[in-house]
Ligand binder design. Structure first.
Ligand code: NDP
Length: 333
């Protein structure tokens, strides 16, 4: 699926020298809703954007089934179809969408350099970072086995499919608390699987989730595996008091298993030049997509630990392209 892009595909041993650099006005890295929306706006503003899709073309949405909360699709749409539509729309206005992954960046000069697949160098006047975030998983084999059959890392995306059913949420932070409460409004019962005897979530969120009648908090429980038939989740095996006196195995019957143990923003290769928070989310000037480096903008989940929705990502992609267009017109005026 991953095809490295090289300007000299016929000569594999050839080292790419700086003269091989391609100069572009606007480089977009990442192809989720933020990247494609930035591309649509940048292309219509004549910035001739070049987009590299990254390792997961279409981003996180391509792993969800139905998207029902994106405005404009009254009957819903599948994640992959929606991303294909966004891609077509970006290409219609001239976005050059390419396979390839950004592997290194140098934002030390006025012209920004980004390496693609460790070989080709793009010299860009503006760079829009839309590399997203990756949900963390526990690392259990069963998470892969039951992917698409009851395992999800987004309650807002997939919760609706578990209406009236019993589900579990793993985690003790604000996301877990928020997702547990969201699911409690839809589901019959929500187990919140917390590995310690306290919640990391803010006090107000913790109190709220504790008071929600159909949320049962399973303190000091860890997930051992999932149970199911034909790749569909029917339950989970947990361990209570792992490694302590009173350790015991507990089984729960559930139809959905939601991970809420945090996300990792895909900002590593840019972090040296930009401000990030403790977790790695890129910091932007509030109300804009501007990073601390002129001409470098960030949008979507790589700079958003709070909302992480397709529609908010798309909105911030629009902001990034408009900020890039203004930056260029001021630079060249
Ligand atoms: P956090 O890192 O805050 O919390 C992760 C939770 O998952 C912790 O309870 C942690 O346990 C648990 N966890 C991590 N790894 C494992 C594991 N392997 N097994 C079991 N449990 C595990 O992530 P969040 O996504 O909750 O929040 C990220 C940031 O976004 C935070 O700053 C949060 O405040 C913010 N946020 C704010 C919201 C709001 O204000 N409305 C909504 C959502 C997020 P432990 O505590 O033991 O480490």
């Amino acid at each position: 699926m991953f095809k490295p892009l090289d300007i000299n595909e016929n000569d594999e041993n050839r080292k790419v020298e700086p003269t091989d650099a391609e100069k572009v006005k606007c480089l977009i890295v990442g192809s989720g809703p933020a990247g494609y929306t930035a591309a649509i706006y940048a292309a219509r503003a004549n910035l001739s954007p070049v987009m590299y899709e990254g390792l997961q073309p279409g981003g996180q949405l391509t792993t969800t089934t139905e998207v029902e909360n994106y405005p404009g699709y009254p009957e819903g749409v599948t994640g992959p179809v929606m991303m294909e539509d966004l891609k077509k729309q970006a290409q219609r206005f001239g976005t050059d969408v390419r396979w390839g992954m950004a592997t290194k960046a140098d934002f030390s000069g006025e012209i920004h350099k980004v390496w693609i697949d460790d070989s080709k160098v793009i010299e860009a006047e503006t760079v829009i970072i839309a590399t997203g975030a990756t949900a963390k998983y526990l690392g259990l084999e069963d998470e892969t086995k039951y992917a698409g059959g009851g395992v999800s890392a987004c309650a807002t995306c997939d919760g609706f499919f578990y209406k009236g059913k019993d589900v579990a949420v793993v985690g003790g932070g604000d996301t877990a608390a928020e997702e547990a409460m969201y699911l409690a409004g839809l589901c019959n019962k929500v187990y919140l699987i917390v590995r310690r005897d306290v919640l990391r979530a803010s006090r107000v969120m913790a109190e709220r989730v504790k008071k929600t009648p159909n949320v049962e908090i399973l303190w000091k429980h860890q997930t051992k595996g999932l149970i199911g038939d034909n790749g569909v989740v029917e339950g989970a095996t947990l361990v209570k008091n792992l490694g302590e006196a009173g350790e015991e195995e507990v089984k729960i019957n559930i139809d959905g298993f939601f991970l809420a143990i945090g996300h990792k923003p895909n900002s590593d290769i840019f972090a040296e030049y930009l401000d990030t928070d403790d977790v790695g989310y890129i910091l932007t000037t509030p109300g804009t997509a501007k990073t601390k480096v002129g001409g470098v903008f960030a949008c979507g989940d790589v700079q958003d630990s709070q909302y992480r929705q397709a529609v908010t990502a798309a909105g911030s992609g629009c902001m990034a392209a408009m900020d890039a267009e203004r930056y260029l017109s001021e630079k060249h005026s």
